[in-house]
Ligand binder design. Structure first.
Ligand code: G3D
Ligand code: MG
Length: 172
């Protein structure tokens, strides 16, 4: 019964769509001219899992990230979950997921992760299937699932946040 609050982080390379996914989920909008400012941005969203169980997600987003700046460990501290985001049009961002996963799990051994291969509106469904077949993360037991998402169309955006919320609640 009741509501607990949990910190989750959006993690991934520069410009993969982290901020856009949060805006789609929290505000249900997509902006092509989003301007980031420096620091960390915190959004909150109440997620109702069942009639009697809700979870408040405290969603952390890096602002002012550049191509050359790595993610500060302090950003990840205390997170119960993370959405790891890559851009299907930039294969190197998929390769880099492994580094992001290692960093996250080195700080939060008990954390849960969902992988979002984002911007799937820019590729064919066949191409997405190929990406999902080769993605090497699902054998990690604390990686709950991998989705092809689009912050632009909204595809599977709710799903990644809800599945992460459910995973975090079940393991309490
Ligand atoms: P970040 O927070 O990970 O750095 P942003 O990434 O959310 O700022 O997004 C980076 C760019 O990718 C933005 O374009 C944004 O509009 C675009 N983008 C994000 N998600 C999607 C998506 O699902 N599909 C498409 N087609 N584009 C997406 P600009 O041009 O503003 O840099
Ligand atoms: Mg951003």
């Amino acid at each position: 019964m009741g509501t607990t609050a949990k910190k989750i982080c959006l993690v991934g390379d520069f410009a993969v769509g982290k901020t856009s996914l949060i805006r789609r989920f929290v505000d249900n909008q997509f902006s092509d001219d989003y301007l980031s400012t420096v620091g960390v941005k915190l959004s909150r969203k109440l997620v109702k899992l069942t009639e009697s169980r809700s979870i408040e997600l405290l969603i952390w987003d890096i602002e002012g990230q550049t191509q050359f700046k790595s993610i500060a460990p302090s950003y990840l501290q205390g997170a119960k979950g993370a959405i790891m985001v890559a851009d299907v049009k930039r294969p190197e961002t998929i390769q880099n997921l492994k580094n992001h996963l290692d960093l996250f799990f080195s700080i939060n051994q008990q954390g849960w992760v969902i992988v979002a291969l984002n911007k799937v509106d820019l590729i064919t469904p066949e191409k997405l299937d190929k990406f999902l077949q080769v993605e090497p993360f699902s054998q990690q037991s604390r990686v709950l699932d991998t989705y092809g998402t689009s912050a632009k169309t909204g595809k599977d955006v709710e799903e990644i946040f809800y599945e992460l919320a459910e995973g975090m609640m079940l393991s309490e």
